[in-house]
Design a protein. Structure first.
Length: 231
């Protein structure tokens, strides 16, 4: 049954438009395919990453980022530069695992947070244990520091204005004195001292056989002397 508003010319026009749309999409696909065949996928990857981490992106940046992401998805979908991308992504994955491992690695004395008594393992302090509010968590830094890790601060102009002079001698130290920098010498413990003292005491209290015989002779001679005096 033919609808009352159906038109053969209109139907032909719709079919023609569909065909034209398909041709345009095919041409667009071929053009993009030829364009992205010659592109360096590694550079494209880093462009996307750099734009993603850029703070305060403008509307132009957002549009450009969306366009780059579409190109990246097109490359992966059509398997362009497949082997190169696979090797690169595998390498990135290994480096990411290495970075995560180094974030939690205990560097001991090589850590900038090392303290032989308070932090012998060189653990990175957690934000919840720090009184000062920090915008970002502390990083796992080792010594010696690299140039980009050293931050120089300008001298307070008020110090020059007031002509403040530092006192002579060593600067004061306000940190806790570390006790266990050196290995202590082996000394007898209190228990060992008590055992030694008890042994000395036992030796003094127990008389020898010679002393006991001498005491017996002394007592016998005393009795004899008393008998002589009485006789």
């Amino acid at each position: 049954m033919i609808r009352g508003n159906w038109s053969l010319a209109g139907e032909l026009r719709k079919n023609e438009q569909k065909q034209q749309s398909k041709v345009q999409q095919r041409q667009k696909h071929q053009h993009k395919l030829g364009k992205l065949k010659d592109i360096d996928p590694i550079k494209l990857y880093y462009r996307i990453k750099n734009l993603e981490i850029r703070p305060n992106k403008s509307e132009v940046d957002e549009t450009y980022l969306k366009s780059l992401e579409e190109d990246w998805n097109f490359i992966q979908k059509n398997k362009l530069h497949e082997s190169k991308i696979k090797n690169f992504l595998d390498q990135q994955e290994q480096e990411e695992k290495k970075r995560k491992k180094e974030l939690t690695k205990l560097w001991g004395s090589r850590s900038v947070y090392f303290n032989p008594e308070l932090n012998p393992l060189g653990k990175v302090p957690q934000l919840k244990n720090i009184d000062i509010k920090l915008k970002q968590p502390l990083t796992n830094i080792t010594t010696p520091l690299k140039k980009h890790q050293i931050k120089k601060y300008e001298i307070d102009p008020l110090i020059k204005q007031l002509n403040i002079q530092c006192p002579s001698g060593e600067p004061p130290k306000f940190y806790k004195f570390v006790q266990n920098k050196t290995k202590p010498e082996l000394e007898a413990t209190s228990e060992q001292h008590s055992i030694i003292d008890n042994e000395k005491l036992n030796i003094q209290e127990e008389p020898s056989d010679h002393d006991s015989s001498a005491d017996d002779n002394f007592s016998d001679s005393g009795e004899n002397s008393k008998r002589i005096k009485l006789g």
